[in-house]
Design a protein around this ligand. Structure first.
Ligand code: RTP
Ligand code: MG
Length: 136
């Protein structure tokens, strides 16, 4: 079934010049990019995006991090796009969870600075795409 998922290259990924690497992996997998935008996120959007983590010990530093510099926001489309992109990204912890060969496994070391974001379910994808790309 064709799905859409939200893709973010977080500020650490942009700063490390990994946009091309991430876009390349998405395209090589066979997913189609249907929206792409480089932007700096305000606190309002960041806290809505990460609303599920409100109240957790890492919430404040997560907001600070995600608003600290430009992010690449994108929407990728294709069969099972949500799982396919989560697999390309790798598990949340780049060392303990992300397999070598995944983006986080290949380029990440710390859980907060894990380079990319992907929607985790069809419901999250719909909510996040509407939030980031209301006109899509
Ligand atoms: P994301 O939402 O960014 O795609 O990552 P995820 O689903 O793999 O992980 P999630 O549990 O949704 O956590 C969101 C982001 O919060 C940061 N985090 N820090 N310090 C910590 O223990 C901790 N845990 C999570 C990470 O940047 C994670 O991607
Ligand atoms: Mg998540």
């Amino acid at each position: 079934m064709t799905e859409r998922t939200l893709v973010l290259v977080k500020p650490d990924g942009v700063e490390r010049r990994l946009i091309g690497e991430v876009v390349s992996r998405i395209e090589r997998k066979g997913l189609t990019l249907v929206a792409l935008d480089l932007r700096t996120v305000d606190r309002e959007l960041a806290s809505q995006h990460y609303a599920e983590h409100d109240g957790k010990p890492f919430f404040e530093s997560l907001l600070e991090f995600i608003t600290s510099g430009p992010v690449l926001a994108a929407v990728a489309e294709g069969p099972r796009a949500i799982s396919a992109w989560r697999q390309l990204a790798g598990g949340t912890d780049p060392v303990d969870k992300a397999a070598p060969g995944s983006i986080r496994g290949d380029f990440g070391l710390e859980v907060q600075y894990n380079l990319v974001h992907g929607s985790d379910s069809p419901e999250s994808a719909a909510r996040e795409i509407k939030l980031w790309f209301p006109n899509l």
